[in-house]
Design a protein. Sequence first.
Length: 273
Amino acid sequence: MDSAPAVRVGVVARPQLPPERLPDAARAAEAAGVDDLWLWEDSFWSGGLVTSALTLDATSTVRVGLGLMPAPLRHPALAAMEVAALSRRHPGRFVPAFGHGVREWMQSAGAAVASPLTLLREYASAVRALLHGEEVTVEGRYVRLDGVRLSLPPAPDAVPPVLLGANGPKALALAGEITDGVVLGDVPTPDAVASAVLLVREARASSPLAGHALHVVGYVEPAADAAAQAVDLVAAGMTTVVFTRWEGDPDPRLLFEAAAAARAALSLEGRAT
């Protein structure tokens, strides 16, 4: 079985929150004891790597997740360079996650591709290899690199996990096969989480990453009993429970109560960080 990361509880600062308000919100999250603050790079709001840098520089302990970065909008070598810089500046505190992007947005940007899963396979494989200090040469359908190696990769003990956003069975299997884990979108029930995790683990079992730590991040709206909700989601295989609101005020402060209840419940279960 894959080794399991420590269980974490996070909240989302949705991209509608203006970047000038993000540092204060991030400091509030840290003061509230939230493990993770997750950001989204939705088109066409603020750039996710810039907002990640703002958040990391404003805090000292909270982990920042960026999920998802649309792969069609950013060259993989540039993505690896930027992720490496943040990881060197803030070791162990940044988690990048990539997705194929909302098709309508990618079409608006002139970046839509015919085979999003092919792009993700080539893209995530290249980024992960570059972050691990490898020299990458690939002539793929979408990704073409010739002897590319990062001059300043992360330290070997501070290489961040590279995650993929996935919901469908093919994307879930791809995440298990080639990356360090998965970001699940709207997962309303523990049964949905368990089904998704099963597909990820089945693909991972026969991949070169079998036995490596598997990160399962999931975005959920807090239930009336957020504590019991978190316990059930973790039992289903989620390693990071991230509370969000899909609509309304994007400020993460509104989610702190749910996060605190979840952390307390998971601590009693002996599974929280």
